[in-house]
Design a protein around this ligand. Sequence first.
Ligand SMILES: Cc1cc2nc3c(=O)[nH]c(=O)nc-3n(C[C@H](O)[C@H](O)[C@H](O)COP(=O)(O)OP(=O)(O)OC[C@H]3O[C@@H](n4cnc5c(N)ncnc54)[C@H](O)[C@@H]3O)c2cc1C
Length: 460
Amino acid sequence: MRGIPRFAGELITPGSRRYDRARRVWNAAVDRYPVLIARARSTADVAAAIRYAREEGLALSVRGGGHSTAGLAVADGALMLDLSAMKAVRVNAPARVAVAAPGLTWGELDVATQAHGLATTGATVGSVGVAGMTLGGGTGRLDRLIGLACDNLIDAKVVTADGQVLKASEHPDLLWALRGGGGNLGVVTSLRYRLHPVSSAFVGFLAYPFDRAADMLRAYAQFSEKAPDRLALYAALETAPALPYIPESLRGQRFAALLALCFGPADDHAERILSGLRALLPPPAVDIAGPMSYLQTQQLSEGMAPEGLSHYDTGEWLGLLDDEAIDALVNAVASAPTRESVIVVKRMGGAAARVPAGETAFWYRHAAHKLDVQVEWVSGEPDVHREWVRSTCQAVSHASAGGSYVNFMGDGEGTDRVRAAYGGNYERLAQVKAAYDPGNFFHLNHNITPAGASRLTSSL
Ligand SMILES: Cc1cc2nc3c(=O)[nH]c(=O)nc-3n(C[C@H](O)[C@H](O)[C@H](O)COP(=O)(O)OP(=O)(O)OC[C@H]3O[C@@H](n4cnc5c(N)ncnc54)[C@H](O)[C@@H]3O)c2cc1C
């Protein structure tokens, strides 16, 4: 294979020593072989790779942090445009703005912004890429306080399918679509974020034996209805890790846990919020509470998402969490095929829900909760795991707010479910897609068919 004209980054071909490592993504179940990996160093490299792929008739996949569980970053026979070496970050603290290159991870951006006591909503695991997460909407511990990641995206540099470099703020329809439309519009080579003063939280972790799971979810649902914006609240049903703060009797057993993070000072108000939650529940088996820095809160899930395991997950936006849904979730975890099967429910609302519906392409502002259903495995039958995830979502379909989350969709979910993930914004997104990518060159994503085109491709 000849080189890519005007491409100054690194080219990795099959047979090269670096190929096998470079084609790998976070989800070990994804084992695909691109014909070429182009590791870009600049916007000019990105434009050169796009032009080359078009001329050669190659499909193009885009890799940022490599955390899409569907494995969108890599495809058999495609050119993999790898942005992971583009790591520049600039923080303008007085203006409360950060400009991030697309190879940055949330852990890296958090460190850069926290040096100034500032933050923007980031993923709950530091190795997730900033661009992929933001383009899909971007939920995080701060979304009730300051909105989703995409709400804080104020500008972006985008290379379109014809190799043009656009400043998104000069194209309002493009900026609108980038804020929730996934990787459909072009390759983003720079993201400009609004920052907010956030540096600490009062954090509580309460855990219960599994026979209390339904009671705990009921208390979570009741309490979260009136939660203030400064509170981020998660409920999980999973297997208790062997960590020092988990009693021996719970370790390795299924258990139910609540994580409450009250951002701002560890004041009386924060303590009262946590006490209000405790008051709804019997005494927990684990009850830990105390102040943390924002960076510590962002590291709470480190180690819970190790690389190198096989994963499948999907999500559902929930309009409510009633007794029927709670029983379905508890029963699903009780009968899960592996102990590494996890259900996490996160309270939505707050600032993210107050952004007017038409302002961004992200649709599910009305959802009360975000449900993630995840399974990881080292060995065993993948279809059994996938079926468990899907049937768990189906079991709560009466409570659905209408669809899944672009950032948490598995592979092979089908075009109807992909369409539902963009909700009532799909038609407008299809119009913008037709304006910037009429031939659907960027189709290795949760794909939006350009308006006026027949379905050229489906999601992977
Ligand atoms: C452990 C873990 C924790 C997570 N936590 C959260 C969370 O807290 N909140 C949340 O919202 N999501 C979360 N996610 C989901 C995550 O946001 C999505 O999977 C996202 O797509 C990952 O982005 P990435 O760059 O790491 O992935 P990649 O696999 O590199 O990219 C996925 C796709 O995003 C698009 N994309 C990426 N970069 C660009 C770019 N520069 N220009 C155009 N398109 C691009 C492309 O279509 C690409 O194929 C998590 C995922 C995992 C595995």
